[in-house]
Design a protein around this ligand. Structure first.
Ligand code: BGC
Length: 439
């Protein structure tokens, strides 16, 4: 084996997590959940949503705002009251458009401009006339004190807008709606996207009690059968990206140290699309001195932090050997690298696959931890609803997640179904407003 192949193998091995390590992580996750419910210090935030799962009989026309990525979406949804629904109208807008001269999520952006922009999109989709009850999916950690009340704890993903952290989110939105003359649109519910996805899936599937996002950010919510505050079922937003009981390698430590929030959010930094590209980049940098992409301008390109993202890894992972048409095209377009060696393309592909597979396996271990907490013997069926670009688009990701659950749960894994619930966060917001209006 050449020195390069040896170093590549070593790098790939650092991303392998054994079944035993995943079992240990699942146990630690379940213990952290338990501690969180009892109010002891823990890394999981365990945030209350003030919502339980829907009955499926929720009915009526509701507006929804889905805020959490660079695109904001607004929807008008009709719930039929029999587990089915119809999206009557929808609109998607980017929160950042340099060509149009605006950026509502960068460090110079302000809360007023951001919420005025969102209110304008709502005003465009919803014709004045009837009053609208609005559910607001806000895909960040929110400390809720009621179904319609919650403050942003801190921004995640690439958001940095000033004046939002610590503020009542729906007050900011309500004030902006009034400023633009649309006081007829009333925010009645505030929820995390994982909670929205759980609601959307549970609207037609009584077995759904866990929902996760495996996309730019990573997080999971679950239905706690007996919430200590109420003794009743309540959906909890785990903010599972904060979980710190994960086995990390030296590249994880390097990424964490250079990140905007060193020392926290270990799981998010190993699983989410926001960071997997950076992990792959650090792995490539390790291999440059041993001949990866030797003599090509790609080496220079890879020196720039955040130059790889989840979509690039998905493209590399999906490419077909031995021609590697996709990787070759990517190298030409991004790094002016013509005619790379097949061995280099194979190495890039192996790195992408290793990082993505580990992401799926760690997410699966956290699901196993939740199942251990809610139904240790797996006596009943559970559906885990998952949304997000990694789960939906990265080749082999959903399969790796499913097979890891099998590995961890053995024959009882037959009780657990994992399924894609696309855009559930918007539909979930409509369901949450129906619950709010009813109560
Ligand atoms: C946020 C979560 C969110 C997840 C998926 C994370 O960065 O902290 O609140 O659910 O991204 O959007």
């Amino acid at each position: 084996m050449s020195v390069f192949q040896e170093q590549l193998a070593r790098c790939l091995a650092a991303f392998q997590v054994s079944t035993a390590a995943l079992q240990t992580m699942a146990q630690a996750f379940a213990a952290d959940m338990q501690a969180g419910l009892q109010g002891s210090p823990r890394s999981l935030a365990m945030l209350p949503s003030y919502l339980s799962t829907p009955t499926g009989r929720e009915q009526g026309c509701f507006a929804a705002l889905d805020f959490g990525g660079t695109n904001v979406r607004v929807l008008l949804t009709e719930l039929h009251g029999d587990g089915t629904l119809h999206i009557q109208n929808r609109l998607t807008r980017s929160l950042r458009d340099p060509a149009a001269g605006y950026d509502h999520i960068g460090p110079a952006a302000t809360a007023t401009a951001l919420f005025d922009f969102i209110a304008a999109q709502l005003g465009e989709l919803l014709p004045p006339g009837p009053a609208y009850a609005l559910g607001h999916t806000f895909s960040f950690p929110i400390q809720q004190t009621g179904l319609n009340r919650g403050t942003l704890m801190y921004w995640t993903k690439e958001f940095e807008t000033q004046g939002v952290v610590g503020q009542e989110i729906n007050e900011l939105l309500g004030a902006a709606l009034k400023r633009c003359g649309r006081g007829d649109i009333q925010p009645v519910a505030l929820l995390n996207d994982t909670v929205g996805t759980l609601l959307a899936a549970a609207y037609s599937d009584v077995h759904c009690d866990i929902a996760a996002i495996c996309g730019t950010g990573h997080n999971t919510a679950y239905l706690e059968p007996h919430h200590p505050a109420t003794g009743k079922p309540m959906i909890i937003n785990l903010e599972s990206g904060c979980f710190n009981g994960v086995p990390r390698n030296d590249l994880d430590l390097q990424l964490d140290a250079a990140s905007e929030s060193p020392g926290i959010s270990h799981l998010e930094k190993m699983v989410s699309g926001r960071y997997v590209g950076e992990l792959a980049r650090l792995a490539c940098l390790r291999l440059l001195p041993y001949g990866l992409l030797a003599g090509s301008p790609a080496a220079m390109y890879l020196n720039g932090s955040d130059c790889l993202d989840g979509a690039t890894l998905a493209l590399w992972a999906a490419d077909a050997a031995p021609r590697y048409v996709g990787i070759r095209r990517w190298l030409t377009e991004h790094c002016a690298t013509i005619d790379p060696l097949a061995a280099d393309c194979a190495a890039l592909q192996a790195i992408a696959q290793a990082v993505l597979t580990r992401s799926a396996r760690l997410a699966a271990a956290s699901f196993a931890g939740i199942l251990q907490h809610i139904d240790p013997e797996l006596t009943r069926p559970h559906t885990i609803a998952v949304d997000g670009s990694l789960y939906e688009k990265a080749p082999g990701y959903a399969a790796a997640l499913q097979s890891t659950l099998q590995e961890l749960l053995g024959s009882k894994a037959a009780q657990v179904t994992t399924r894609l619930v696309k855009d559930g966060s918007g539909v979930g917001a409509a369901i949450a407003s129906a619950v709010a209006v009813r109560s």
